[in-house]
Ligand binder design. Structure first.
Ligand SMILES: Cc1cc2nc3c(=O)[nH]c(=O)nc-3n(C[C@H](O)[C@H](O)[C@H](O)COP(=O)(O)OP(=O)(O)OC[C@H]3O[C@@H](n4cnc5c(N)ncnc54)[C@H](O)[C@@H]3O)c2cc1C
Length: 370
């Protein structure tokens, strides 16, 4: 019997599944990749694009040739619902697709709850391809005006790297800019060693970036802070962490109160084992694994192995994260900080290492090398 397999989402976690299918046939299956956009952006290079180290095309992976090599039909649409019991997926096009086996890696969406009153000034970092287009338009306007007040909301690694990238971008086009970073103090680079925060704080003080440890609430003119201050803004970049897409909670899948799909170490839904999931869309029931590109990428080969195991009737692999996760935080022009548990160092060589890893990742999933 032919099994119908759907990969939902063409981001970090599913790239190695497609590469696996391109390398080794999976007999007696029909396969689809349903995803919002033909291109997937490698988000780790986005701050480097802002800083002028990369062209936009350097961080984009074209899913069409990769899917073709994997003998997988590419369907460009948003998934708007899943019925886990009926094994159906509902698309924005109105189409309803039926599957025997599915894998979910649709990532998270930026949490904008406190910021919606900003209207057109609000620029969410995801989807990354939309961010690239909207930031480019904003930077052109800012260059014509000669000034720009930009606020980045979110003190995680992404928010910090974006603030450095934006500062570099506005300096490059000779704009008189005020760049601010807003984050509650307890979430400023949470999970990283104190030395990382110290290095970042030093780098921030050498740039034109103001840090405000507070909660921000959007208004039509800018950001009202919980410490009583007000930041006027032409543009507010939201890097406020990812939350689950709302349709997951209505899917019948076991989900957390926040709507993330609950999976075990085998990356199978604890309620519907014929649905696997990885990346920012999940919460593990057996241990805490943070939402990050590193874990999404490393889960990919386990997804590939377990999809194959389902088809071939074999046993599952499990994904066990290492004790520490390696993060390389870019700050400004060709400088980066290495954060690996208690080990922290910085310099140009860290940036060169990051550059090599990031470019290598994108190259691995472009058609010729896949
Ligand atoms: C600026 C920035 C920098 C970052 N830097 C790092 C870093 O250096 N290191 C690190 O570990 N992590 C980093 N991250 C986090 C990392 O990007 C995410 O953790 C990672 O992308 C999650 O992978 P994923 O496969 O779950 O989802 P994604 O890679 O986000 O992929 C989701 C895919 O699903 C598609 N999709 C979304 N919704 C739907 C839908 N409804 N229907 C169909 N398709 C859909 C999207 O188009 C996309 O193809 C960064 C994030 C940002 C924003």
């Amino acid at each position: 019997m032919t099994e119908r397999i759907i990969l939902a989402g063409g981001g970090h976690a599913h790239l190695s599944v497609l590469a696996d299918w391109a390398r080794r046939p999976l007999p007696q299956t029909k396969r689809w990749l349903v995803t919002s956009s033909r291109y997937t952006a490698y988000s780790g290079m986005l701050p480097g694009w802002l800083a002028g180290n990369y062209q936009a095309s350097d961080l984009m992976i074209d899913l069409e040739p990769l899917a073709r090599k994997a003998s997988t039909k590419l369907v460009i649409a948003d998934i708007v619902g899943i019925d886990a019991d009926a094994r159906t997926m509902h698309l924005s096009s109105g189409e309803c697709m039926t599957f025997d086996l599915a894998s979910l890696a649709t990532g998270g969406e930026t949490n904008l709850t406190q910021l919606l009153a900003l209207g057109d000034k609000l620029l969410p970092v995801k989807p990354v391809d939309e961010f690239v287009a909207k930031w480019s338009a904003f930077a052109t306007q800012a260059q014509q005006r000669g000034t720009a007040d930009v606020v980045v909301v979110g003190g995680g690694a992404a928010g910090v790297e974006l603030a450095f990238g934006i500062d570099a971008a506005l300096r490059r086009c000779a704009v008189r800019a005020i760049v601010s970073l807003v984050s509650p103090q307890e979430s400023f680079l949470a999970g990283h060693a104190d030395k990382v925060r110290a290095l970042v704080t030093t780098a921030i003080s050498q740039r034109n970036i103001n840090v405000h440890f507070a909660q921000g609430t959007g208004t039509a003119e800018g950001l009202s802070l919980s410490n009583g201050a007000f930041l006027r803004a032409d543009c507010v970049v939201a890097a406020t962490g990812s939350r689950a897409q709302t349709w997951l909670a209505q899917s019948g899948l076991a989900c957390t109160a926040n709507g993330f799909v609950q999976v075990g170490a085998d990356l199978r839904s604890i309620s519907h084992p014929y649905i696997l999931a990885a990346g920012d869309v999940i919460e593990r029931t057996d241990r805490k694994v943070e939402h990050s590109g590193v874990h999404a990428v490393k889960a990919g080969p386990v997804l590939a192995a377990n999809i194959r195991a389902s088809v071939e009737g074999k046993g599952d692999d499990t994904y066990t994260p290492r004790r520490w996760t390696l993060y390389l935080l870019a700050h400004g022009k060709r400088q980066a900080i290495l954060s690996w548990g208690p080990f922290v160092t910085a310099g140009k060589w860290v940036w060169r290492l990051k550059d090599r890893i990031d470019r290598g990742f994108v190259r691995r999933y472009t058609a010729e090398d896949a």
